[in-house]
Design a protein around this ligand. Sequence first.
Ligand code: UD1
Ligand code: BG6
Length: 680
Amino acid sequence: MCGIFGYCNFLCEKSRREVCDTLLNGLSRLEYRGYDSAGFAVDGDIEDTLIIKQVGKVAALRKLTDDQPLDFSKPFISHCGMAHTRWATHGQPSQINSHPQRSDDKNEFVVVHNGIITNYKEIKLLLEKKGYVFESDTDTECVAKLTKYVFESHNKELNFTELVKTVVKELEGSYAFIFKSTHFPNEIVATRRGSPLLIGVKTQKKLKVDFVDVESSDNSFATVEGQDMSRPALNRSQSRAFLSEDGLPQPIEYFLASDASAIVEHTKRVLYLEDDDIAHIADGELHIHRVRRSKEDNTAPTRSIQTLEIELAEIMKGSFDHFMQKEIYEQPESVVNTMRGRVNFENHEVTLGGLRGFTHIIRRARRIIFVACGTSYHSCLATRSIFEELNQIGTQAELASDFLDREPPIFRDDVCVFVSQSGETADTILAMRYCLERGALCVGVTNTVGSSISRETHCGVHINAGPEIGVASTKAYTSQYIALVMMAIQLAQDSKSSQKRREEIIDGLYRLPSDIKEVLAIDAKLQQLAVEQLAQEKSLLILGRGYQNATCLEGALKIKEISYIHSEGIFAGELKHGPLALIDETMAVILVMTQDKYYPKVQSALQQVSARSGNPIVICNTGDENLKNHHRTIEVPKTSDCLQGLVNIIPLQLLSYHLAILKGVDVDFPRNLAKSVTVE
Ligand code: UD1
Ligand code: BG6
């Protein structure tokens, strides 16, 4: 999905080469989000703005930049630049549709944008009537042109903040923007609604305070039609954070980005913008205003400057060929990180700090409703039954998109749990807001501190899996799964009748890292299986039952996402109601048949498949004598039934990885998919 990066240096000389490299490197850090084209804007030589854009990877943009007849040694004492990776939503991936988008051929106003402007057609029509000619198919171009129009219709008297404020008030939809203009050299304005945006601050001296004031301004704003021409009297208090001891301006750099991975190599001091914040960077100062200041605006009067905890090394590949491979191999550690400080293996107790003060409400819930997309949805399916078993509360799992389409009844005594690795998935966020409006207790389970879901839910659990970069989710799945199991256990903690069961599960959690390592150790065998038996297949069915239904769906999703082989997860209980028709000697089948109470039923599924000349590969527990000598098997250690899915998914993750390599797929960036889907 689209990524935004901006860079401003003040009293801190940088050559044009350094500025371009900082912007391009920022884009490289956002590559994992998935994109099809990229671009950036920097100052030219004659108070103009240069825009360089290219279809394809950041490397192609870098090459195009190097080919420009520019003086790369030109120094800039102060400068503001911005950059973007685009994932096409309006119009094909093309140079002209890439961002920055511009107001006119002099690049007076340039804009980068994440999100979607839903009323862009109306704005475009209005501007076309005024004589504006559009060059791209994007919704964003209307924002650049609207900015110029508003500026001119106010006799060029608005300052940059007022101007952007007036423009965004006309917009519907979701966005994070950065604006740059030849009318406001060395200034940048950023704003957001619905799409994340954060600002990193780098200074040599320590900041005076760790927050930035939200500044107030009077309410007499200009309007698009220009009836109110008065300039609001801004109450510009110098943000206390940036005051130097001696009152002299100090050198400072700002890094703006749609996520922290592009900032962390420069600085760990960041502030997250809230919806409707307008951040204005000029003369080394950062000022934050609100689009609308009203009595109902109950956002905090300051934005705190936080310290990021992720290390750049954590988002680098290390010795692995791909992020996905690294992330699969990290699971013995990432599952420990999810449980760290939360599971007491001696006393068999779970304490999720994020649910403190809310467990009694959740226990009284009429229903527990999980809402998520993709892999996150599968983690909900995998844990639904242990919630029901331990807590005796009806628990359902919903796909966020379907949930939104149906608009189901939600009540104040429902507890809705939103599971999202990124915490920024548009469908899940919209479903969360739907439930918030209806008064349900909303709980988040996310990997991203500071994400929309983390901030807007009443309470929740950070899964602490560390950044996940491969588009195909792996370690986030196992960590979400564990977070949900921990939640189920914590809710049941007072129940004597389930104590033994809880202890058995907690013992299983203790053994989990070594169980996962045991499966990783058979990677070479799985690679061989992929090469010799599966790579030529056109279609692959994955069958299982009970707890393993989720494993089948998740395994099939992994395979189709990155190897482009058609793959379907099938509930073995449904086999005779349709899918059995597909089975013959040519159909590739993987059967998940580890030992739990459903084993006899899965055995019967195996017989049904074998009777139709199917020859499945069976994922079974180590040493299963019923299977060993009769079938091709993948052996995995046995654990508690409700945790077995955590172990069983590992060989399927590895198989999908090897199949993708054999097919020559760009494993970390499969075609047509994005890591973080921030549009509906
Ligand atoms: C917290 C700290 C952790 C520290 C630990 C020490 C954070 C982010 N976590 O972890 O660094 O080591 O205390 O006790 O500072 N929340 C939501 N929605 C979500 C996710 C979380 O509202 O989707 C809320 C939680 O309710 C909680 C807060 O965010 O108030 C932090 O959650 P979490 O990180 O899971 O809490 P701890 O594990 O206690
Ligand atoms: C996208 C990703 O479709 O979003 C999937 O490609 C992911 O891997 C899904 O499972 C949901 O994302 P999130 O961030 O809400 O867990």
